[in-house]
Design a protein around this ligand. Sequence first.
Ligand code: LIP
Length: 272
Amino acid sequence: MGAVPDPDLAPLLELAVAVANEAGGLIEAAARLDPEEVTTKTSATDLVTATDRAAESLIAERLLAARPDDGFVGEEGSPVTSGSGLTWVVDPIDGTTNFAYGYPAFCTSIAAELDGVPVLGVVHDPVRGQTFAASKGGGATLNRRPMGVRPAGPPLAHALVGTGFGYAPERRAAQGAVLAAVLPAVRDVRRAGSAALDLCTVACGRLDAYYERGLQHWDHAAGALIATEAGAWVGTLEGGPLDAERTVVAARPDLVEPLLDLLRAAGADQMP
Ligand code: LIP
């Protein structure tokens, strides 16, 4: 990859790795929850647990103790405005439903943005003890070893593709219709339930591509940079920035055009 980490980012990346791993220890220690004992947010299926909130508080406390002038945006709490230009973007548990069920696919996602531009990302999977990390221009690592997307390989018809679904029934119905068109056109589909993990799974070559509409800033902030630094194409089906009104796509570069064509033909750019 020939990437050279920016020496100014190295201590920030180390801080984020350490905090993500500490939060992972807290999350692992949390007992398995009965999904009916947790609270909900935007819908009856959009869960949030006390562990989400505790992990986010721990992460905010550690990051802002080290860098008190930084900003902080977390899935569960109130935003903190940045005085330094750097803002931490955090999803304490991405894959909350999986966590609440004890289904082993969840992670902690920590990104840092400088004046709105992602400069580092860390995704820690406490179940597998795997930490994905990247700094802008510095390449991507898995447990500190360089990693990258699979080299150009089989065509889309033989690609393993990840995706995910929103919480609103009408969006889920539309996403199911798109999936019905995608499924016969690829090798197979995987739905892990964590966007951050899905993006890192593309980054390390365990998926050939991933697409999902409706991702929040904290879902993709770290994983998108990690996938980009690992050599994946990361963008949106509609063009423009990664936001909740677009479909985020991450793929091996040789698969991008056929995948975008397939998604458009399936109506993925017309979803509610
Ligand atoms: C999850 C996303 C996932 C999506 C789930 C859920 P959360 O985030 O990471 O890609 O398919 O529906 O939104 O809510 O677990 O942090």
